[in-house]
Design a protein around this ligand. Structure first.
Ligand code: NAI
Ligand code: MG
Length: 354
């Protein structure tokens, strides 16, 4: 079987880690011998935007639709305002390809540790489900009286019943599939009295359909405290586009480093390809140095492999990654002294041995 993958490395360390992920995926396919990948790379990036004036060509989205999955590095570079780069590439893909769920698992990998004192591996194992289609990132709003002392800007959050119901069903099913069957829903429904209140309402409407799932509601500000002080008390978490964006960076840091955290942008209807990317950005501060942690990229690749139906291979890849971190072969952000290449080659060698 051949899996057709569109690769968009993008900017900065997105390029390094995508290259590393492709190398590891090739080694994985070779080791299993039952499937292969056909990679097509797209040079859509900020550098090219500055030269050509576009991130994606006009038929970019329809080109992507032909693939089984999309692998994404990161987009954003200091020469381009971040709202231009995000809205030029990643956000249109998520929206146009109906990738309405963003799944972000967080746990402490073998041989790594949490910055939280006394936090053991079994104390931090979360699955964060991010609403990926609307809310605070709806892109609605505008600016009037620009460049005057009376400038007014609005940034309108849009919440719809359709989108809230589908993310809640996904989150309840995800919670149900995990041993603890525990779902925490995060909003800010004390200060925000329309969209967030609708989230709360729909959450409690849907809960009775999943009687085996224990539910609770948290305000996002209190949630940050609880994640730090009592990580063990949570399992599956569902939150809005903005809230989950913030909480998952915190979650990644608490699990060891932002460099290990994966994400899956899913179209659960499978009518469009889903997209897999580490949660970190292009990291201009370490770009071009060859020291980016590729583990988040490998974990994202494993989730992609799982999504296209190769469960066993996905497990084998994660096992190889953790065998490597367990041996202390890690980049600096995890307290090690290896570079991107060193970790990548160690994972490939581990895969050759399976
Ligand atoms: P960032 O995630 O790129 O970097 C934050 C910090 O974490 C930096 O100190 C960086 O060196 C470190 N870091 C990130 N990934 C790492 C890795 N794999 N290994 C080791 N260290 C790592 O976030 P920042 O600095 O806020 O954003 C930089 C650019 O990336 C901006 O243009 C931003 O808009 C963009 N961005 C793009 C995303 C995407 O494409 N999905 C997501 C987040 C940010
Ligand atoms: Mg983010």
């Amino acid at each position: 079987k051949i899996h057709r993958i569109a690769c968009i490395p993008g900017d900065g360390i997105g390029v390094d880690i995508t290259e590393a992920a492709i190398q590891v995926l090739k080694a994985l396919a070779k080791a299993t011998g039952t499937f292969s990948f056909d990679f097509t790379t797209f040079d859509w990036s900020s550098t090219n935007y500055l030269e050509r004036g576009w991130y994606m060509p006009p038929d970019g989205l329809s080109q992507l639709k032909k693939f089984d999955a999309i692998y994404f590095g990161a987009v954003g570079w200091p020469d381009v305002p971040d709202h231009i780069s995000l809205w030029g590439l990643i956000l249109p893909i998520r929206k146009a390809l109906n990738q309405y769920v963003n799944v972000r698992p967080t746990r402490i990998l073998q041989g790594t540790k949490s910055p939280l004192e006394g936090c053991k591996r079994e104390d931090l194992d979360w699955l964060i489900i991010r609403e990926n289609s609307e809310g605070e990132y709806s892109g609605q709003g505008g600016t009037s009286h620009e460049d005057s002392e009376h400038t007014v800007a609005t940034e309108v959050s849009i919440f719809t019943r359709v989108a809230i119901e589908r993310i809640m069903h996904f989150a309840f099913k995800a919670a149900q599939s995990r041993p603890r069957k525990h779902l925490t829903m995060v909003t800010k429904s004390n200060a925000q009295r329309h969209g967030m209140v609708l989230w709360d309402k729909i959450f409690y409407e849907i809960a009775p359909s999943y009687p085996d799932v224990k539910t609770e509601k948290m305000l996002v500000d209190a949630m940050t405290v609880r994640m730090v002080l009592n990580p063990k008390s949570m399992d599956t978490i569902v939150a809005t586009n903005l809230h989950a964006d913030i909480l998952t960076d915190l979650a990644a840091a608490l699990s060891g480093s932002i460099g290990i955290a994966p994400s899956s942008n899913l179209d659960p209807t499978r009518k469009n390809p889903s997209m897999f990317e580490p949660i970190h950005g292009s990291a201009p501060d370490i770009a071009g140095k060859g020291i980016a942690n590729p583990v988040g990229a490998f974990w994202s690749a494993a989730e992609m492999v799982r999504w296209v139906g190769e469960e066993k291979a996905a497990d084998a890849l994660m096992k190889a990654v953790e065998a490597v971190t367990a041996r202390g072969v890690k980049t600096k952000d995890l307290g090690g002294s290896e570079d991107t290449n060193g970790v990548t080659e160690a994972v490939c060698r581990e895969l050759e041995a399976i």
